[in-house]
Design a protein around this ligand. Structure first.
Ligand code: AMP
Length: 404
């Protein structure tokens, strides 16, 4: 794998695909979480310290999905200009801005860029050609730089113009940035070189998405823990009453097939024995502990119960490799945070005792951060959907294009 470490950028213009798709407060236009920008800074510093210049390209939101009433793109809402101050502050270099990502002005600004300087291009997704993976559009972008650097793991599962198609215009001058290299190395540590016992923990609410990953994970893991909103579809499939808990009724057969596959492979599957149930999806709802064999009508499981939390924690503490995607309950509400918190503590303890732990997917990362454990796990992925597809066993276009 070629990374920025393998190239010298002196006198070169690096066209860097970054993931600056950061959350922005619609009222104040302020960035509410700059983690994605922060993550890319070492890559950019390496290029600048070599004596190179950086031309940054990214998307922000989905501007073409929500046009203005007159049918045009809402530039003010979706402009990447809003990220300039943060990038400049974090990098310690004042960043120039090209009001279009292609065209004469962008070309001229890129041509005039001197070593040590940084130019940010306007939102790639103002053009439909970006998401379509249009070759001509990728060709126009490619004219802006000498070396293509891909550091956008968050979009590596998309065959877009700037993330994948563009690579062919740089047959001899392309590499991964540190974010990409680190994400791939850490994901591979789990999926390809796991020390045993290997435990995967899945939870959260996007049941059907995660069932796809389980299919592939069952071939790799020793233990599979299923909590959060995921669990109730499995419990229902086994014939239990789940009340008003989250449940995807059209996935029951798939759950049964996965349970059978796990048994056939000798994988230990852990479903929660009990839950904290509530009579409404609210922190103010009435709540109680409940055995998962029968949840009454009108009650919903919003957290794993204390018995489940203790059983899961014991399995986790005995593991050498841990992959965690999805919270064990509605951790955003204090009343239903305990299962996720106990799990986070167990992952931290296992890590302290030498296990490798990878936390993937936005919400698990947010949960680990909420309870103050982000520095007590081995790696927190920035990758959401891309990481999940990697774990499904798919070849990610953003990675494949760089290796061909
Ligand atoms: P995901 O994006 O699939 O990881 O889902 C994360 C979301 O799942 C979080 O916002 C949690 O509040 C939610 N969640 C976790 N457990 C449950 C549950 N038992 N019922 C409903 N939502 C849940």
């Amino acid at each position: 794998m070629t990374t920025v470490d393998n190239l010298n950028f002196a006198g070169k213009k690096a066209l860097v695909r970054v993931d600056f798709n950061v959350p922005i407060d619609s009222k104040t236009s302020m960035i509410t979480d700059d983690a994605r920008i922060r993550a890319t800074i070492p890559t950019l510093k390496k290029i600048l310290n070599d004596g190179g210049a950086c031309i940054l390209m990214s998307h922000l939101g989905r501007p073409l999905k929500k046009l203005k009433e007159d049918g045009t793109v809402d530039i003010e809402k979706n402009t990447l200009k809003k990220t300039i101050t943060t990038i400049s502050e974090l990098l310690g270099v004042s960043v120039k801005f090209a009001p279009d990502c292609i065209g004469t002005e962008a070309l001229q600004m890129a041509a005039e860029l001197k070593p040590g300087e940084v130019l940010l291009l306007e939102n790639l997704r103002f053009y439909k050609e970006e998401e379509k993976g249009d070759e001509a559009f990728a060709g126009k972008l490619s004219k802006l730089g000498d070396i293509y650097v891909n550091d956008a793991f968050g979009t590596a599962h998309r065959a877009h113009a700037s993330t994948s198609v563009i690579a062919k215009f740089f047959p001899e001058a392309k590499c991964f940035g540190y974010v990409m290299a680190k994400e791939i190395a850490n994901a591979d540590k789990v999926i390809k070189h796991a020390e045993r016992p290997f435990t995967a923990i899945t939870g959260g609410a996007k049941v059907s998405d995660k069932l796809l990953i389980l299919e592939n994970l069952i071939d790799k893991v020793d233990n599979l823990i299923i909590g959060g909103g995921m669990a109730y579809t499995f419990l229902k499939a086994q014939g239990y009453e789940v009340g008003s808990s989250l449940c995807e009724a059209d996935r029951l057969d798939l759950c049964l097939a996965l349970l059978k596959k796990a048994t056939d492979r000798g994988v230990k599957m852990f479903l929660p024995e009990d839950s904290i149930v509530a009579d409404a999806f609210s922190n103010d709802a009435n709540s109680k502990e409940c055995d998962n064999k029968h949840i009454d009508k009108g009650w919903m499981g919003l957290d794993i119960g204390p018995k489940a939390a203790a059983e899961f924690a014991a399995v986790i503490k005995n593991s050498k490799t841990i992959l965690w995607n999805g919270p064990m309950g509605v951790f955003e509400m204090p009343k239903f945070e305990n299962g996720t918190k106990t799990t986070a503590m167990a992952v931290a303890e296992a890590t302290k005792n030498g296990a490798f732990s990878l936390i993937g997917g936005g919400d698990s990362a947010a949960a680990v951060a909420k309870f103050g454990f982000e520095n007590n796990v081995s790696y927190v992925s920035t990758g959401g959907g891309a990481l999940l597809e990697y774990f499904e066993g798919k070849t990610l276009p953003g990675i494949a294009a760089m290796l061909s």
